[in-house]
Design a protein around this ligand. Structure first.
Ligand code: PMV
Length: 325
């Protein structure tokens, strides 16, 4: 057997974050989350099930890496398809790797699509979302384009992403300020485990998250950018407050993070509508409307360098690619 398929998936930025699991094995989150899929950052992956292989094989950006992290995920696909064949996985990441830009979201969404197709499975998008979730929670959302909600659910079947507005004509986006493109200090899996166990703020976080999602949906429906920005920023700060309140505490903030945040606040004080959010890394992501992008870039460029300001618009869901990568 030699069956191959390729897929492209885009990463996403969570406006209401996922930060804690109810079930570590199935990756069932403590709360629902809501994100915007982005057009600029994506992963292309080709999976080939090949009878001549004696182990799974993984190549990322033309470098051979251990397949140890991928094998349990590929086992899920093999189990569903009733095959035992090993796979060669070849990926190209167009996302600054592990910089808190959620490369795992695009990586596992592309892998779920390519691997399931190569194994002969024809999964629906909800099935793909559930499969991608098993690799990385945020990947469940990258199956769809535009605004997406990952509904927490209570088991493997019900914890799945649903599109809110796949093709959005809203001229908004995210400007990532790349402050440190290195490997993040604390992997999201470890960070969330730790806050669930030790942060006294955790119950308050879960309690507030549904209200954030409801308000974000309202903001999307009304094209209310101020509401979208305020809720997203507040949600991100509460996620990071969980980390500060954990025992022992930890933080993804670096000195340059504070500098960037301060500059966004300065811009806002000048009447420019922009808000920030952050994930499991020091980089700051600015939510803004396209019309304000030139002003925001001009203000930030002297401090951080134009080459470190990456803008992304709403992007598409996962799609299959023709031919070999
Ligand atoms: O999907 P993971 O395990 O990489 O976790 C993602 C966590 C955050 O990016 C911080 C938040 C989110 O909802 O994407």
């Amino acid at each position: 057997m030699l069956n191959s398929a390729s897929a492209r998936a885009h990463t996403n930025i969570a406006l209401a974050k996922y930060w804690g699991k109810r079930d570590e094995e199935l990756i069932i989150p403590m709360n629902s989350s809501l994100s915007l899929t982005l057009d600029h950052f994506y992963t292309d992956t080709q999976v080939t099930f090949d009878d001549s292989l004696t182990a799974d094989f993984f190549e990322l950006d033309n470098r051979i890496l251990p397949a140890t992290k991928l094998t349990p995920f590929l086992d899920l696909v093999r189990q569903k398809a009733g095959i035992k064949t090993f796979a060669a996985v070849k990926s190209f990441n167009h996302v600054p790797n592990q910089a808190g830009l959620a490369s795992s979201a695009s990586a596992y969404a592309a892998l779920a699509a390519a691997a399931s197709k190569a194994a002969g499975l024809e999964l629906t998008r909800p099935e793909l979302s559930r499969l991608a979730r098993r690799g990385s929670g945020s990947a469940s959302r990258s199956i769809y384009g535009g605004f997406v909600e990952w509904q927490e659910g209570h088991d493997d079947l019900t914890s799945v992403a649903v599109p809110i507005e796949e093709e959005t004509d809203w001229k908004i986006g995210m400007l990532a300020i790349i402050l440190n493109a290195g490997v993040k200090k604390i992997a999201s899996r470890a960070g969330m485990q730790h806050v669930v166990k030790t942060s006294p703020y955790y119950p308050a976080w879960v309690k507030e998250s549904q209200a954030d999602i409801d308000a974000l949906k309202q903001a999307i429906a009304n094209r209310d950018f101020t509401q979208l920005g305020e809720i997203s920023e507040s949600n991100a700060l509460r996620m990071h407050a969980l980390n500060l309140a954990a025992r022992p505490p930890f933080s993804y903030f670096e000195a340059s993070t504070i500098r960037a945040i301060t500059m966004i606040e300065e811009l806002r004080a000048q009447g420019v509508s922009c808000y920030y959010t952050m994930d499991a890394g020091p980089n700051v992501k600015v939510l803004c409307q396209e019309e304000d992008l030139p002003t925001i870039k001009a203000y930030l460029a002297p401090a951080f360098g134009t080459e470190n300001l990456l803008f992304a618009r709403p992007g598409q869901g996962v799609k299959f690619l023709e031919g070999d990568l």
